[in-house]
Design a protein around this ligand. Structure first.
Ligand code: GLV
Ligand code: MN
Ligand code: MN
Ligand code: MN
Length: 388
């Protein structure tokens, strides 16, 4: 981006912005953005494709000598996954002024990362980790300081719909709702060899029942519920666990449905906890902490139009009878930085197929052809938006 003479800024969340200036200096740039961070086992496309498509678009514009009215930018958003610092889309959330900077800076890395042999003895915070890699910038992280005309994002679908239908491009119209919780079950440590079942307040047994219940309740409402992190204490073969902490991720197509699943699970988990240990008059207790709440999002019509027109133009010479059928509207099951940019500026997204619909896995894969199709669509969509 320096070679292309872009203006580069790094803000206090480590977000990296590069802008290729347009004819007018008085209007904000239209951005292509996504993230470079990933999950514990990869893959190599979730987020990264979106950033690379922005870099490629700017290079291509330069090669073509294309002038735009406003500037065109590319942004790499920090910690979109929330895999290491467990709030997803946090840096675009700070930029949108939906998440306070202090909350983001003070966020601690998850225990599974903190306990890796290579980790420092104390868990890093977001701020200390940014400092360590020299990416704690001094530009305020805000849409007011780094404004955008619009935000477009290219991403692999991470699900099976495009690939199973043989379709080339998803025009993303919406993102489903999700909430992330941390829960703690408090029971009582006791001896495994001497404590009858009815005399136990086994936090791990209560957890197992809760996990089964979470799936049943979510499934009945067309939602999803998942546990991804679990810590059991004290962690001994012959002690009944007195404490379990776990993460809970609830998702659904409507904000109200996610709220219903949460309400039902709060009541059911209380009942499960009350039963385990009731025999000794020391029932388990369960505590909930809400870490993150992302209501369902609908993207901006103008951006969706630009993506749709561009997608049809790009697939127009495919060797099939009905090229229109290669493009479809689609809702995102995953969260993306576009969720937060959409709170402040017109936003939409483009999906391309990925092999077996697989993501958050080392075998995550999209063909070079599919990546190129997506990159062509996003470049055209940005130019169309600039000319609107
Ligand atoms: C964000 O990547 C999410 O959907 O968890
Ligand atoms: Mn992503
Ligand atoms: Mn991801
Ligand atoms: Mn992601």
């Amino acid at each position: 981006m320096k070679d292309l003479k872009c203006e580069i800024t790094i803000d206090e969340m480590g977000n990296i912005f590069a802008v290729r200036p347009g004819r007018r200096k008085d209007v904000p740039a239209t951005f292509i953005g996504s993230h470079l961070d990933t999950q514990p086992t990869g893959g190599r496309y979730d987020g990264i494709l979106g950033v690379l498509s922005g870099v490629e678009s700017l290079k291509r514009m330069d090669e073509m000598g294309l002038e735009t009215e406003g500037g065109v930018g590319v942004v790499n958003w920090t910690n979109e996954e929330g895999a290491r610092f467990p709030v997803s889309m946090i840096a675009s959330g700070v930029w949108a002024e939906c998440i306070p900077l202090s909350k983001a800076h003070n966020l601690k890395e998850v225990p599974t990362v903190a306990s890796l042999p290579t980790a420092a003895s104390a868990p890093e915070t977001m701020k200390s980790a940014l400092e360590k890699i020299n990416y704690l910038g001094d530009v305020p992280c805000s849409y007011k300081t780094t404004p955008m005309a619009a935000h477009f994002e290219l991403h692999i679908e991470q699900g099976p719909h495009l690939v199973s239908a043989g379709q080339r491009v998803g025009v993303v119209t919406a993102v489903q709702a999700y909430r992330w919780f941390r829960l703690k079950i408090i029971g009582r440590d006791t001896h495994t060899g001497t404590t009858a079942f009815e005399h136990r307040a086994d936090a791990l047994y209560a957890f197992a029942l809760m996990m089964v219940r979470a799936r049943e309740v979510a499934a009945a409402k067309g939602c999803l519920a998942s546990v991804g992190i679990i810590e059991v204490a004290p962690g001994s073969v012959n002690t009944v666990p007195g404490q379990v902490s776990f993460s809970l991720d609830i998702r659904g197509p409507e904000t109200a449905l996610v709220a219903e699943v949460e309400r039902e699970l709060r009541s059911d988990f209380d009942k499960i906890a009350a039963t385990e240990g009731a025999g000794i008059g020391k029932p388990c207790r369960v505590e909930w902490t809400l870490d993150f709440d992302s209501p369902a999002v609908k993207f901006h019509e103008d951006c969706i139009d630009c993506v749709q027109q561009s997608a049809h133009a790009v697939v127009a010479d495919a060797p099939v009878a009905d090229t229109k059928a290669l493009v479809r509207p689609i809702m995102s099951g995953a969260g993306h930085d576009s969720v937060f940019t959409s709170k402040r500026v017109p936003t939409s997204m483009i999906f391309v197929p990925c092999k077996d619909g697989l993501s958050h896995h080392p075998e995550e894969f999209s063909s070079a052809d599919d990546c190129a199709t997506g990159a062509s669509v996003i470049l055209q969509a940005v130019v169309r938006y600039d000319r609107k």
